[in-house]
Design a protein. Structure first.
Length: 316
């Protein structure tokens, strides 16, 4: 059964860092901006900033976001100095939420509790406050395909990788799960081929990298030569079971993908190219679900960036 949107980022105390800062809040609806195929520079947009008279103001590293039940999201808070400059005040600020849909954990951390909407307010003495709205869907958190590449100019098309990320608050057993590839026009019941079979557990916040036959980086496992992904157009699926028949947990289509391809979530992301990375941004685990009718929108969730970050967060 297809699972829900997981928009988690960073597990507190395990992986920490700061996403690139965003701009002043635009009250218009929506999540990410950009072209229909998504921005290609990896730079987040749509910040969250309110109550900004002359003087210092707070700025949150996320705009309004969606998350699943049992999913963790971590964000950073910056104090923008009126005289210029900024400083990270995530650990110094105070946080409150106006709804039990979410729970506030460590500084800058929120988890999905029950379906609903919550406005999170961040305050700090001497600075204008900031807010961000969190919408908790009806779905439960699940692992996601967080990043992938489809080849490099130096080592060819088999120098490719897929990164799996667990953005959930609980460990998830993935024994006998499979990563599978479908050609862009594969709309039937059969996956084009199996890439790799997973095993063991994914701990909260865990990142796992699987690679092609000539992938030079550190990988948990590699698939055989000739059984990789087409570079520009295709689709990847994570199943909680065997190739072809296992329930589909997460998927992404890239480039020109035929409608009806089971690994296509709403609309394909941009085409891939040598050395480029497809990364979930503006935060790791982003899996947008605007209507709860489908699991994600590849064109919104992924951006093509120039620097891959296998085994590390896309937005530290």
């Amino acid at each position: 059964m297809r699972a829900a949107v997981c928009l988690a980022m960073i597990l507190p105390g395990v992986l920490a860092g700061c996403s690139p800062l965003l701009g002043i809040e635009d009250p218009k609806p929506g999540g990410d901006a950009g072209t229909p195929d998504g921005p290609v520079d990896g730079t987040p947009v749509d910040g969250a900033l309110i109550d900004a008279p002359a003087g210092d103001v707070l700025q949150i590293s996320l705009g309004d976001f969606k998350l699943a039940k049992q999913q963790l999201v971590h964000f950073r808070v910056q104090r923008m100095r009126a005289g210029g400059g900024m400083e990270d005040v995530t650990d110094d600020a105070s946080y409150s939420a106006d709804s039990s849909a979410v729970a506030l954990g460590a500084k800058g951390t929120v988890s999905g509790v029950q379906t609903g909407i919550a406005t999170i307010t961040v305050t700090l003495a001497g600075a204008a406050s900031a807010t961000v709205r969190a919408t908790v869907s009806t779905f439960t958190c699940h692992p996601v395909i967080n990043e992938f590449t489809t080849g490099t100019a130096l080592l060819g098309g088999d120098d490719e990788l897929i990164e799996i990320y667990n953005p959930c608050a609980n460990a998830i057993t993935v024994t006998d799960w499979t990563l599978n590839y479908r050609a862009a026009n594969a709309i039937g019941a059969t996956d084009t081929h199996l890439l790799v079979t997973l095993d063991g557990q994914l701990l909260p916040g865990a990142l796992r990298v699987y690679g092609g036959s000539t992938y030079a980086g550190l990988a948990v496992a590699n698939w055989m030569q000739g059984f990789g992904m087409q570079q520009n157009n295709g689709a990847i699926g994570l199943r909680s079971g065997p190739v072809d028949t296992g329930p589909l947990v997460d998927a992404v289509g890239y480039g020109t993908v035929t409608p009806g391809n089971p690994f296509l979530e709403t609309k394909a992301m941009a085409a891939m190219a040598n050395g480029m990375s497809a990364s979930r941004l503006p935060f790791d685990g982003k899996d947008d679900d605007a209507t709860d009718a489908v699991d994600g929108d590849n064109s919104i969730d992924f951006r093509v960036v120039a620097t891959p970050t296998p085994g590390a967060l896309n937005a530290p």
